[in-house]
Design a protein around this ligand. Structure first.
Ligand code: ATP
Length: 315
């Protein structure tokens, strides 16, 4: 029995430890990142059983990614190497402490050739949750079909769907994003969504109105992620779950994925929704205190000490 399944592209992230244009850097080092694998690593560090499916290029970057994710204890049995394209890359350029440029080299990557055949050996009845992001369906037509097939098989097997829209306007048009993200939202059991994304999808700004608008069926749960303000949980009624104060934000990237991992961990542990969101808030607060998407993801020891003591920095 496996707890959670997630499908998506992971890239090697190259980052310099110097501030300024990459034109002038003399040192650049690789990390990995991808919303779905960030989420999977978050869950694995908390001791959950999670599988990540992807297609990697047949290159050194692909094997670097696989080794790191496998090393975190994530199940990767159905992740394959392919000659259809290279592993996707991303370069981060910290021009000034406040200005970050991101360059993607992911078009026609191996992962963009993922297709529903990747699911051939997956027994959905073994899983409790399917985690879906809005990134995978944006990568290509075959990736969209893969996403919809995974959702269909999950529904047939009573696997609950956790959806984070993770909107990436660099990957598709606003019109297409709007259409597909609504299509998936309608089919999801839990929608974990950033406030800006909810504004885009609902054309509303009031938090209660946004939640009501996304709440298309009575057993759905909407969770609005609101940065320092924490989260709002809506299951017919709106509950505010305050965030944890953070003194110094080192790197805000990855907070949303970390929140999702914490929330899902709470669900797997049978916690109430409010407590799930509190765990999500703690995960987000811990991740933004370290550089990188995954570096700050805690083990359960660190997480539960943080939750009990409400200390601001504990890693
Ligand atoms: P991302 O940009 O990573 O996709 P998101 O928009 O999905 O993030 P955010 O609301 O920015 O989500 O962050 C997710 C969670 O992380 C928040 O709900 C909160 O719990 C925590 N968090 C984010 N920023 C802060 C902060 N400044 N202080 C405390 N907690 C934070």
């Amino acid at each position: 029995i496996r707890d959670v399944l997630t499908i998506g592209e992971t890239m090697v992230i190259f980052q310099s430890n110097q501030i300024g244009s990459l034109e002038n850097t003399t040192s650049i080092f690789p990390k990995i990142g991808g919303a779905e694998s960030n989420f999977a690593i978050g869950l694995a560090r908390l001791g959950e059983t999670v599988e990540w499916i992807s297609k990697l290029g047949n290159d050194s970057f692909g094997s670097l990614i696989l080794k790191r994710i496998k090393g975190e204890g994530v199940i990767t049995n159905n992740t394959i190497f392919s000659d259809e394209g290279p592993t996707g890359l991303l370069f981060k350029e910290q021009i000034t402490p406040d200005q970050l440029n991101v360059y993607y080299y992911r078009k026609n990557s191996a992962a963009s050739f993922m297709s529903k055949e990747l699911l051939d050996n997956i027994s959905f009845e073994n899983f409790k949750f399917l985690h879906v992001t809005g990134i995978t369906p944006a990568l290509s037509k075959s990736c969209y079909e893969l996403t919809m097939q995974a959702i269909k098989l999950a529904k047939q097997n009573n696997v609950k769907i956790i959806f984070d829209p993770n909107i990436r306007f660099k990957l598709w048009s606003k019109e297409r994003a709007f259409q597909v993200l609504h299509e998936i939202a309608l089919l999801s059991d839990y929608i974990l969504i950033g406030e800006e994304e909810a504004i885009f999808l609902t054309n509303l700004t009031d938090r209660l109105a946004m939640c009501k608008s996304l709440y298309s069926q009575s057993n759905k749960v909407i969770v609005l992620k609101c940065g320092a303000d924490g989260a709002y949980v809506f299951n017919g009624q709106l509950h505010h779950v305050p965030g944890f104060p953070v003194k110094t934000i080192v790197d805000p990237v990855g907070a949303g994925d970390a929140f999702d991992a914490g929330f899902t961990h709470g669900l797997l542990q049978g916690k109430e929704l409010i407590e799930c969101a509190r765990i999500g808030n703690a995960m987000g607060a811990l991740v933004i205190q370290q550089y990188g998407d995954i570096e700050g993801l805690p083990t359960s020891d660190v997480l539960y000490r943080f939750l009990e003591n409400r200390i601001e920095t504990d890693v």
